[in-house]
Design a protein around this ligand. Structure first.
Ligand code: GLN
Length: 475
């Protein structure tokens, strides 16, 4: 069998053959891969699949292979955040979502490549080297969950999970032509997710279709007392899947179609909006006036939180260590050698923004802007059920094109970071192609109203073919 299949199709295959055979076929594909999307392939996968076969196929994901971003803790499986500083680290415990996935019968194929500590938009800052975009191997897959999106696009895993602090699930989903959801803040437990900027980030699923996203959400969503921001919800995500957008009120924020947008991206998104109208929805332009301040505020907040979160990596307890005559020498050698350039830049800038004398000027001001950005969304959602924008202003860019220019990379996040500042949910799904490269449509919803955006995305998918295209380069 080829790697591209949805959960239902794989279930049929498992019933016909076995979970062991299905897992083996994915491992075979991964072995031949040229896209450098896995950081670790789990050697226990086949045994696990055999165990699931022996137990009978119980559980909503029984025997379904899955790939996990390398910043999510997996007991007994290397977890490095694609950083030299965590080389050799094998967590002694599972993240909450890993417990859930195991209980549901899923089989972990391995860990996926990412920007170091999830800081990036291209998966080029990984210590393992960049992941290549399956649609064009001279281009980036997006980031930071580039590996998680690329494995799904290349048929090296049917489903995966990533994390999204400022776009890291949606950006690579858009660049690789797959579906990715950033749920409402608090929906999925972050227990066991290695923090970058914890007030912004959520774990999110990636898949080839909206229905698989809902299935995954039903498994990994829900309350967990070990994450103090985790919220009790009763949502059954699968219930949202209906091909029906009649009466849906869509807002189209002008600010998300600003300078620098690729005309092909703009056209595809407008075609999508038109289609929604034909399907029974209505749309109107809306303004989110504080959007232009969101990017600066995001980077100040994210870097400030990162500078604090990354203080724990000092060589004392885990990962890479270079010895020295005392703790200070050991820790500074370890950190100087263990962290890459982008991570160091962010620790320095974040420390600066939080330091006495600058705290109010930068960090506190950024928090105030965050409130204004959130209010923009609150106001818009009084009138509209969801908002539609391009996920990324351009299709995937070339490897190396922006890597020397951090500001150009940060700018690529304009349409994704406001969503994390506000904490609202947002999904990216394929809505077209330009020069053979996928384009992503972003649908943004109200807090805890994943149901509406899943329904809109599902309806769009039922009436279009974009999500069925596969990259020829990796066929
Ligand atoms: N590109 C953004 C950043 O570098 C978002 C990354 C993410 O969502 N983890 O912060």
């Amino acid at each position: 069998m080829t790697g591209w299949a949805n959960i239902l199709q794989i279930k049929e295959k498992i019933a016909e053959r076995s979970a062991e055979e299905v897992t083996a076929s994915y491992l075979e594909r991964i072995k031949k891969s040229r896209i450098n999307a896995y950081t670790t392939v789990w050697e226990g996968a086949i045994d696990k699949a055999r165990e699931i076969d022996e137990q009978g196929h119980n559980g909503p994901l029984a025997g379904i292979p899955i790939a996990i971003k390398d910043n999510i803790s997996t007991k007994g499986i290397s977890t490095t955040c694609s950083s030299k500083i965590l080389q050799g680290y094998v967590p002694p415990y599972d993240a909450h979502i890993i417990e859930r996935l195991k209980d549901a019968g899923a089989i972990i194929l391995g860990k996926t490549n990412m920007d170091e500590f999830a800081m990036g938009t291209s998966t080029e800052s990984s210590c393992y080297g960049p992941t290549l975009n399956p649609w064009d191997m001279e281009r980036v897959p997006g980031g930071s969950s580039g590996g998680s999106a690329a494995v799904v696009a290349a048929g090296e895993a049917p489903i995966s999970v990533g994390s999204d602090t400022g776009g890291s699930v949606r950006c690579p989903a858009a660049f690789c032509g797959v579906v990715g959801l950033k749920p409402t803040y608090g929906t999925i437990s972050r227990y066991g997710l290695i923090s970058y900027a914890n007030s912004l980030e959520q774990i999110g699923p990636l898949a080839t279709c909206v229905s698989d996203i809902a299935t995954l959400m039903d498994v990994i969503g829900g309350h967990d007392a070990r994450d103090s921001t985790s919220i009790k919800t009763e949502t059954v995500y699968k219930d949202a899947l209906a091909d029906d957008v009649s009466g849906l009120k869509i807002g189209v924020p002008a600010e998300y179609f600003g300078a620098g947008i690729d005309p092909a991206v703009e056209n595809s998104v407008w075609d999508a909006i038109q289609l929604f109208e034909e399907m029974g929805a209505s749309w109107e332009q809306v303004s989110l006036p504080h959007t232009s301040y969101a990017l600066a505020a995001y980077y100040i907040i994210a870097m400030s939180e990162a500078s604090s979160n990354l203080a724990r990596f000092d060589g004392t307890r885990y990962g890479y260590r270079n010895e020295g005559e005392n703790w200070h020498v050991m820790a500074s050698r370890t950190r100087a050698e263990g962290f890459g350039a982008e991570v160091k830049r962010r620790i320095l800038l974040g420390t600066y923004a939080l330091s006495a004398g600058y705290h109010d000027k930068y960090y506190l001001k950024a928090l105030k802007v965050r409130t204004l950005v959130k209010q923009d969304f609150d106001l818009a959602f009084k009138e509209f059920d969801c908002l539609i924008t391009p996920t990324m202003p351009t299709p995937a860019f070339k490897l190396g094109e922006k890597v020397e220019d951090p500001l150009a990379l940060y700018l690529a996040d304009v349409n994704t970071v406001p969503i994390n500042l506000a904490g609202v949910p947002s999904i990216s799904l394929p809505c077209g192609f330009t020069d053979g490269l996928p384009i992503g449509l972003q649908i943004i919803g109200k807090h805890f109203d994943e149901a509406t955006i899943l329904k809109a995305a599902y309806s769009f998918e039922q009436n279009t073919e974009h999500h069925t295209r596969r990259p020829a380069e990796v066929a």
